[in-house]
Design a protein. Structure first.
Length: 220
């Protein structure tokens, strides 16, 4: 099969955001004088958007309080806006791989559950000079992954069929999104989840380094 477009998750796939996410979570928790979370805990909490991240990070009796959660989310977003570019960086080999796709004139998109403001900033500041035609982050009133709606919007804007799209991600949410959309689900093991999760959630291809991808996925 020849693939004509590539769509990517962001956190854990293109960029390592874990330290900035953990710093932001812990700054929010410290404001409330709640216990801090470890990097490994935050690694397990991410993938379903900021609200779900906080539901998992907050003490159980607080995460079930909708009003408290809304206030905590507002504070967290303020914290993350200060931390978003502090330690975030592309994974080794990602920029070289994206450059090769760009040279092949493969249209590139990002579909992520992270806040849209952060997705736009990272795409512009951290992943430059790579040009992503579409960057869709989490926005109010828009469906989140694994709902395939927004990923399919990107594919439609590229004028390609779903089966001509390779979708890259590091979590079950991403593999489910790709399968729901009819894309090729490509799991990457350098991110936030173990290889077993990718296999169990329907990855058709699993890669351990970006430089393996072009040998396994035929882009044209």
């Amino acid at each position: 099969m020849i693939y004509k477009a590539a769509i990517f998750d962001m956190d854990g796939t293109l960029v390592d955001t874990l330290e900035d996410l953990a710093d932001s979570v812990n700054e929010m928790l410290s404001i409330y004088k709640f216990p801090q979370r470890t990097i490994d805990e935050v690694r397990k909490f991410v993938g379903n958007g900021a609200k779900k991240l906080l539901e998992r990070a907050l003490p159980a009796e607080k995460s079930s309080d909708k009003n408290f959660l809304a206030d905590a989310l507002e504070i967290y977003n303020q914290c993350y806006s200060r931390h978003v570019l502090n330690k975030t960086k592309p994974y080794p080999g990602i920029m070289e791989f994206l450059t090769k796709l760009q040279e092949k004139k493969i249209p590139l998109g990002i579909c992520t559950n992270k806040q849209n403001f952060a997705a736009q900033i990272i795409a512009e500041k951290i992943l430059s000079p790579i040009k992503f035609e579409k960057v869709f982050g989490d926005e109010k009133g828009k469906p989140r992954k694994p709902d395939p709606t927004r990923a399919l919007e990107i594919a439609k804007s590229f004028s390609v069929k779903p089966e001509e799209v390779a979708y890259f991600g590091d979590t079950a949410v991403d593999m489910n999104t790709a399968n729901n959309a009819g894309f090729l689900p490509v799991g990457v093991t350098w991110g936030f989840r173990p290889e077993s999760e990718l296999q169990e959630s329907g990855a058709k291809i699993i890669v351990h380094r970006p430089d393996e991808i072009l040998n396994l996925v035929n882009f044209k």
